[in-house]
Ligand binder design. Structure first.
Ligand code: SF4
Ligand code: SF4
Length: 433
């Protein structure tokens, strides 16, 4: 019974009394003990959080610690579900704590948690409660939420510029607002392929691949709005629902067989969240559209590169797709695929999910290293020449990370669509098309 100078005393709930070392412990004594504990720690923040819709599982944590080694934020700081639970138990109000904004909703803790403590539901609920209560929201995130509300995209760009990327594609891209009519696939470009300069390059590469495959598709041009999943996870459920209404109203005006998108966050919204509101569409991530048809592509340029691949959390862990991106990479002549130590189900988060894309400053001031920098170092350790990605958030995140890690001279960051396009001969093959 003695452990390190202390005695473990039984909690007497079910029996009238127990005897330890000749001392009788009664149910009364136990009640006094519990009263003292409650007086030492005011755990009301834990109970208040658990009372929020969808956040009840925060109470289920029993401190086993399995989430500790898999949480990407814990690896660069002091975080993780067990620590959040402990702080709440000790009376720290999460709604006013910097921890509120650190979770990327990557889902790796949920994968291993025996109690199914679901941070993907808990953190958005807590963030929403903080916003509703007028608590401080990091300015960088606040700016993005306001831009999304005003312009329908996270980058605060004009909807008129949505299809600007098509000019450099070298192939025709049908804008359904100008050329209406049914298509097999609606290419939902989403924000970072629509507006970010590096996203433009990937979008143009993808258009050239679709062209070679003869796929019938169109885009929504200025009618497209972000699907808003990261804004939802950052706590702005109201904004998400407003966007969803606009998106559904637009989609209902067009005829298409399925939606294809490069953005795992948008894919997640359409595949798992819209149906909960009664809106069901067939949706594919772009790698899922291309993988079954990769044998139809005519590769002309072997790449002779070693490539490692980063699994996007919202394609892999959240939606179970690990193989389609790898099938595409393995089909490229001359390409050698090397896996990182953390891959597939245990892939390390880039830090961009759950609103993390717009919280880098906040995260940096509460951790020792950005998640994207750590991930790029893991990629460089494999000896790869290229870090391949298939999420529009990741090219710019990892390019910045590669510079910060000092490996940008030996590790390029490329979307899988860009790698495929290079092996197909790149823009030159379609010049004049
Ligand atoms: S794995 Fe689940 S139960 Fe275990 S410490 Fe983490 S959150 Fe708590
Ligand atoms: S969802 Fe990911 S970042 Fe959030 S607590 Fe779990 S493991 Fe950590």
């Amino acid at each position: 019974m003695p452990v390190g100078g202390y005695k473990l005393l039984p909690i007497v709930h079910e029996v009238a009394s127990a005897t330890v070392d000749g001392v009788e412990l009664t149910a009364d004594w136990n009640r006094q003990f519990e009263t003292r504990v409650i007086e030492d720690y005011d755990s009301s923040p834990l109970f208040d959080l658990a009372a929020l819709s969808e956040a009840e599982s925060i109470e289920w944590c029993y401190g086993c610690g399995r989430c500790v080694p898999v949480c990407p934020v814990d690896l660069v700081g002091e975080y993780g579900p067990r620590k959040v639970h402990r702080k709440l138990q000790m009376g720290i109000d999460l709604l006013e704590d910097p921890d509120l904004w650190l979770c990327t909703t990557c889902g790796n803790c949920l994968r291993v948690c025996p109690k199914q403590v679901d941070m993907i539901k808990i953190m958005p609920a807590a963030r929403e409660a903080a916003m509703t209560a007028g608590k401080e929201v990091p300015a960088e995130l606040q700016g993005v939420l306001e831009a999304t509300f005003k312009y329908g995209n996270a980058l605060g760009q004009s909807p008129r510029r949505r299809s600007a990327w098509t000019k450099g594609a070298g192939v025709p891209v049908r804008d359904l607002t100008k050329e209406p009519g049914p298509v097999d696939y609606l290419f939902y470009v989403e924000d970072y392929w629509s507006y970010h300069p590096r996203g433009h390059q990937a979008a143009q590469a993808f258009a050239r691949i679709l062209h070679q495959l003869g796929i019938d598709y169109g885009i929504l041009g200025h009618e497209e709005r972000t699907l808003g999943d990261s804004q939802r996870l950052a706590g702005e459920k109201g904004l998400f629902e407003m966007l969803m209404e606009q998106v559904v109203e637009t989609l209902d005006r067009h005829e298409f067989g399925a939606i294809v998108t490069p953005d795992p966050h948008g894919f997640n919204a359409l595949a798992t969240v819209y149906p909960k509101y009664g809106h069901t569409f067939e949706v594919l991530h772009y790698t899922q559209l291309l993988a079954p048809r990769v044998s139809e592509l005519t590769f002309t340029t072997p790449l002779d590169v070693k490539v490692t691949f980063h699994d996007p959390c919202y394609l892999g862990r959240h939606n179970g797709e690990y193989d389609a991106p790898r099938r595409l990479l393995e089909a490229i002549p001359g390409l050698e695929l090397i896996e990182m130590m953390r891959c597939r189900e245990n892939g390390y988060c880039c830090g961009g999910g759950g609103g993390g894309m717009w919280l880098d400053g906040h995260t940096q001031s509460h951790t020792s290293e950005r998640l994207s920098v750590r991930r790029v170092k893991e990629a460089a350790e494999t000896g790869a020449d290229v870090l391949a990605v298939c999420c529009p958030y990741e090219v710019s995140r990892f390019e910045d990370g590669a510079k910060a890690a000092g490996v940008d001279d030996r590790l390029r960051v490329l979307d899988i669509a860009e790698l495929l396009d290079m092996a197909l001969g790149g823009p030159d093959r379609v010049a004049g098309a």
